[in-house]
Structures are given as structure tokens and as C-alpha cells.
Design a protein around this ligand. Structure first.
Ligand SMILES: Cc1cc2nc3c(=O)[nH]c(=O)nc-3n(C[C@H](O)[C@H](O)[C@H](O)COP(=O)(O)OP(=O)(O)OC[C@H]3O[C@@H](n4cnc5c(N)ncnc54)[C@H](O)[C@@H]3O)c2cc1C
Length: 282
């Protein structure tokens, strides 16, 4: 740990969540405390003090707080999705998406959903999970909301649009991920998960999540691309054309966890497998 800051404030109210100059939000700290803190960050605001209910479910769908830990996500929504039938079967991929992070149990006990989304890493599997489930992120804004769908002090953004590049997110300074909302209809859909990494416990290099739909399954690709990409895939030919299009637009991500050629090949295979699994009725 290399941490050189002056203050840590524990947030207890909405007013406490307004950042002062030099402050950044603290979720579980599993990333913040594993990297040198950026020079401009001189203080942290601990969101876990807000005491938000980690998750809840009702007729409108599932809500997952930004401070919900990966362990809580697994024990709650992950368990709800254990049955392959019923109103929560879409959550059947929660466990695989948590495992895709290859965190130790100790880290998973602390790491939060909001922290994973806010980091916007290509291998951030909470992005692929919630994008597949048509989730929106409720973002608390520090001032008056902007945008037509925003209420005062908050706005909503589709999780699939939240990450716009490798480590780049659609969050303005001072904005925080309050919660993620999954609509009830998506909870009841069949879902599919596939992933590839260079070694069995290595960082995820290609991840495909899918959800059955009324007209066509929706396939979402993460980890092999800088920002999530989704397609309503009517058939395998359409899927192939889309994969070709990603390559044609220089879309494959590359780092030490896999070359772009390998990631392209893996993504194609995994996407076809997911589509095959989701074929048929929603
Ligand atoms: C061994 C190990 C393996 C890892 N593997 C992966 C991996 O495979 N893929 C991956 O994506 N990450 C990985 N990580 C990074 C990190 O642990 C996870 O992304 C984790 O989910 C981050 O959550 P956190 O709550 O600990 O975030 P923190 O470290 O608390 O914060 C991370 C960033 O998000 C901001 N932030 C936190 N919460 C919010 C919020 N609610 N709203 C807005 N901003 C917020 C912080 O200001 C900070 O910039 C790994 C970390 C470790 C230690």
C-alpha cells in the first residue's frame, strides 16, 4: 500500500457526499489501496458509511447499492438466481461474473459493485453482468441534475453506456454511483456467460454475457474491447458480421493479458456459444 493523503471522511448523509477540492470517493479501497494514490488526491470520502441496503428486490426489479460488496452480491442476488427457472433466473450469471474478477475471498468481501463500475476497466465484469441485464446506474450528481431524464441531484445512465473506454467512465467529477437497477423483465430472462483468459486463474481477457429477448438474444462483449459492445443477434451470420465489424474498426483491446488476434478469436467462439445457448424462446 502506498497511500499519501491528509483526510478520510466517512459519509453519513447526502451532503457529506459532496467532494471538497482534492477528495475522491472510497468504496472498498481494493483498487485505491493497491495503487499509488494520484498526486492530486489528498482526501477520501468513505461511502460505506452511508449504510445503504446492499440490495433489494420487488415487483419493479432488483436494486444493488454502489456499496454492495461482491460477497454480498453473490450471497444475495447470486443465490436468487440459482434456479434455472422462475422470476430471477437471469441472475444465474452473477456467480460467474463475480468469479471472473479472480479476486480472493478477502478482496471480494470488501470490493464494491460501484467501485468496479467506476473504475471502468475492460476486465470489470460487473459491467458485463449489469449490461446484460439491461441495468441502469443511478448516478448522484453534486449539483442540480442535467439532461432530460435527470431528477434534481441524480441522473440515470445505462450500464452499457457508463464505460466509454479503458478506464474511462461517463462520470463527471463529484458524481457517484448510488445504485444499479435491473428491471424485473430482465431478471426473468435466460442469461448466458462465457469467458476466456490466458491461464485458468488469469485476468479475464474476453467475456461474453447474453440475455434472451422477445425477438433476439442480446449479446454483450467486454474485456476484449475497451468499452462494452452489445448486439441483438438474430442469427449466427449476423453475429459473425458484427465480430468482423469490431475488428474492421480496430476495436480489439490488447494488453499483457492477450493479443488482439487471440481476443478476437476467443470472442467470436464465446459469442457463438452464448447465442447457441440462448437460441429459442426467451
Ligand atoms: C487481486 C486483485 C484483483 C483484481 N482483479 C480485477 C479484475 O479482474 N477486474 C477489475 O475490473 N478489477 C480488478 N481489481 C480492481 C478492484 O479491486 C475491483 O475493480 C473492485 O471492484 C473495485 O471496488 P472497490 O470498492 O474496492 O473500489 P475502490 O478501490 O474503493 O475505488 C476504485 C475507484 O472507484 C471510485 N469509486 C468507488 N466507489 C464509487 C462509487 N460508488 N461511485 C463513484 N466512484 C466510486 C474510487 O474513487 C476509485 O477511483 C482487482 C483488485 C485486486 C486487489
Amino acid at each position: 500500500m502506498d497511500i499519501d493523503i491528509n483526510t478520510v471522511r466517512v459519509a453519513r448523509s447526502r451532503a457529506d457526499c459532496v467532494l471538497r477540492p482534492g477528495e475522491a470517493f472510497l468504496g472498498g479501497g481494493t483498487f485505491l489501496y493497491s495503487e499509488p494514490v494520484p498526486a492530486e488526491v489528498t482526501g477520501l470520502v468513505d461511502l460505506t458509511g452511508m449504510g445503504w441496503e446492499p440490495w433489494s428486490v420487488d415487483g419493479s426489479g432488483l436494486r444493488v447499492a454502489g456499496t454492495c460488496t461482491l460477497e454480498e452480491l453473490l450471497a444475495g442476488p447470486g443465490r436468487l438466481g440459482a434456479s434455472s427457472e422462475g422470476p430471477y433466473r437471469g441472475l444465474g450469471i452473477v456467480g460467474e461474473c463475480v468469479s471472473a474478477l479472480t479476486l480472493s475471498a478477502k478482496v471480494a468481501r470488501t470490493a464494491t459493485v460501484g467501485g468496479n463500475l467506476a473504475l471502468g476497466l475492460p476486465a470489470g465484469s460487473m459491467v458485463g453482468l449489469f449490461a446484460a441485464l439491461d441495468a441502469v446506474a443511478v448516478v448522484w450528481t453534486p449539483g442540480v441534475a442535467t439532461g432530460s431524464t435527470g431528477r434534481a441531484g441524480s441522473r440515470e445512465v445505462a450500464v452499457s453506456d457508463l464505460v466509454t473506454g479503458a478506464g474511462v467512465v461517463d462520470l463527471a467529477p463529484g458524481e457517484l454511483v448510488r445504485e444499479v437497477r435491473v428491471p424485473a423483465v430482465a431478471l426473468g430472462r435466460r442469461t448466458a456467460f462465457r469467458r476466456a483468459s490466458l491461464t485458468p486463474t488469469g485476468r479475464t481477457a474476453a467475456m461474453v454475457t447474453g440475455r434472451a429477448g422477445e425477438r433476439a438474444p442480446r449479446i454483450t462483449v467486454t474485456a476484449s474491447v475497451a468499452a462494452p459492445l452489445s448486439l441483438y443477434a438474430r442469427d449466427h451470420d449476423m453475429l459473425d458480421r458484427w465480430i468482423d465489424w469490431i475488428g474492421g474498426n480496430d476495436g480489439w483491446y490488447e494488453d499483457t493479458h492477450g493479443s488482439h488476434e487471440w481476443r478476437a478469436a476467443m470472442t467470436r467462439r464465446l459469442a457463438h456459444e452464448a447465442l447457441e445457448e440462448l437460441g429459442g424462446a426467451a
